[in-house]
Design a binder for this molecule. Structure first.
Ligand SMILES: *Cc1c(COP(=O)(O)O)cnc(C)c1O
Length: 375
């Protein structure tokens, strides 16, 4: 009879090409390391799940994760890295509670898709919100050009969603916000390319798309903005509390921080840093967009070509039957979780950092065959 361990090893050999939008694929070497250390973290005599967040072993894990993010993002003394819970949707509220509430100035939001809209809904509870761009008229297939944005220097902040996960549109260049702090929801493209952190007042990302498991959210905040957090905010909701306690104001999401640190280590030591990560991501995205461009009548890409996402490739079929056939046949080929978000339909291939090039090559080949058969 197979032992539990052998059964699990068997399962591992059946890993599919997983195009899930999130929680999403993680690097196999990271999963293997977690498996190897799960019951006994070296030096701790117990699992990372079982040790105090005040233990020297855990503190070292959190410090290393933070140091790796600082190195990858080129963070110096001007910005602070926080590890929080509540996902990006809590950040929709926390950003506005800390930076908008009582500021006397409006916050300006750039709407390029579904997540930006949800961020606006939460911010409106806290103060005056101006939507300075809304791509609704073209069904969120594009980004604004710089002259379409009238940004005020006095704005409490300017909020963008660098990659709209559902629509598959992604900023390739950041807007110039003048003196207003730029706040960016980078949930689905965190760590996918070199980033000039000095451009950001605040950047946040839940980990489960591109950087780790669900349960930990990274916030990178310019230190001077910490002064804006009002004294009367509920304790957990104040950035200043988390910053002054080194993200140990309460028990941090220890397992999530551990995995996030391993993913950052993988990017640094195995991929070769963010420039190499970008090269890989570009290669993967090109493989799929080339097929869309080869069969433009059959595969109808959602995003305008200049605003295409490197992370989420979205398209539809003119013929509705083709979609269900595509989904069932791709699944039979081990190409899984390609159904678009329930709010927009169609197909979405999420090809985050950890998605192997070979899996994307497999999908591109399948798409070519499928088009040749059915177009
Ligand atoms: C997934 C996602 C969110 C929501 O994240 P939660 O962790 O579920 O709150 C917000 N913004 C973007 C861009 C996302 O992709």
């Amino acid at each position: 009879m197979a032992t539990r361990f052998e059964q699990q090893t068997g399962l591992e050999q059946q890993r599919v090409a997983n195009f899930s939008a999130g929680p999403a694929v993680l690097p196999l070497p990271v999963l293997e390391r977690i498996r190897d250390e799960m019951t006994c973290l070296p030096g701790a005599g117990a699992s990372v799940l079982e040790i105090s967040h005040r233990s020297s072993q855990y503190i070292a894990i959190q410090e290393q994760a933070k140091a790796r993010l600082e190195r990858l993002l080129g963070i110096s003394g001007d910005h602070e890295v926080l590890f929080l819970q509540g996902g990006s949707r809590l950040q929709f509220s926390m950003v506005a509670m800390n930076l908008l509430r009582g500021s006397g100035h409006p916050a300006q939001y750039v709407l390029t898709g579904s997540w930006g809209k949800k961020a606006v809904e939460e911010a409106r509870r806290e103060g005056d919100v101006q939507v300075i761009y809304d791509a609704k008229a073209t069904n969120y297939d594009r980004l604004p050009s710089p002259d379409e944005l009238s940004i005020q220097d006095q704005a409490a902040y300017v909020h963008i969603t660098s990659n709209e996960t559902i629509q598959g549109v992604q900023f390739q260049e950041l807007p110039d916000c003048g003196a207003a702090p730029l706040v960016c929801d980078a949930s689905s493209d965190f760590l996918h390319r070199p980033t000039d952190i000095s451009r950001y007042g605040l950047l946040y990302a839940c980990a489960q798309k591109n950087a780790g498991p669900a349960g930990v959210t990274v916030v990178v905040i310019r230190r001077e903005l910490l002064e804006r957090s009002a004294e009367d905010l509920p304790g957990y909701l104040s950035y200043r509390n988390h910053a002054s306690a080194d993200s140990m104001w309460n028990t941090p999401p220890t397992f999530g921080v551990y995995v996030l640190g391993l993913v950052a280590e993988w990017i640094e030591d195995q991929i070769g840093g963010l420039p190499a990560m970008l090269e890989l991501n570009q290669r993967k995205a090109d493989l799929l967009y080339d097929v869309l461009d080869e069969f433009p009548e059959f595969y109808q890409g959602h995003a305008r070509s200049s605003d295409r996402s490197l992370m989420n490739v979205t398209f539809r079929f003119a013929d509705a039957d083709a979609e269900s056939r595509f989904l069932s046949e791709s699944t039979e080929h081990g190409l899984c979780n390609l159904k678009g978000h329930r709010s927009v339909g169609g197909i979405r291939a999420s090809i985050y950092n950890a998605m192997p090039v070979e899996s994307v090559e497999g999908l591109a080949a399948f798409m070519r065959d499928f088009a040749n058969k059915h177009a």
